[in-house]
Design a protein around this ligand. Sequence first.
Ligand code: AR6
Length: 174
Amino acid sequence: MKTRDDKIDLLRGDITKLDVDAIVNAANTSLLGGGGVDGAIHRAAGPKLLEECRSLGGCQPGQAKITRGYNLPVPFVIHTVGPVWSGGNRGEAEALANCYRNSLRLAAEKEIKTIAFPAISCGAYRYPIAEAAQIALRTARDFLSASDQIDKVIFVLITGEIFSVYKQLLLRAG
Ligand code: AR6
């Protein structure tokens, strides 16, 4: 039987190159594109992604919405909006956990089996990496323990620094 950690993988690289059922975008509340991983996803998906995003009416921090993947290798993109870090006393941890939880719930609803996440909020939104990585891993583990709907969660980290933080946390008994 697979344990929940057999279902979690780490990968160093560019999430737009991944061939899974869905990749998650670290978007902003407008869902109309931006820099970082959001910019990379929109560039790789092409203009039809923006067109579909326009119809979604934005997204609040912690929520998740789904679109098709267009020119990306994936059939689906799940767009979520992380919290902007502002010291840690403004509900940032709960909002970040909600991003992972609601993305996984939405994926399960759509019968998505493999899903890849970037390090949500760890770029322009300045969330401290170690804390954000802990929330990402804990929320994925909790979800995978409670449900069999998702086969694989891949955390795709573009920088070596963030990759190492995740790796150390994953190696530690959860
Ligand atoms: N693949 C994987 N990870 C990536 C990629 C990529 N191609 N490109 C960047 N990262 P950020 P946020 C990493 O800033 O902090 C946007 O403008 C990056 O190194 O993309 O949630 C949105 O429109 C970092 O570790 O997202 C919002 O306005 C992580 O992805 C705002 O930025 C997240 O960094 C969201 O900020």
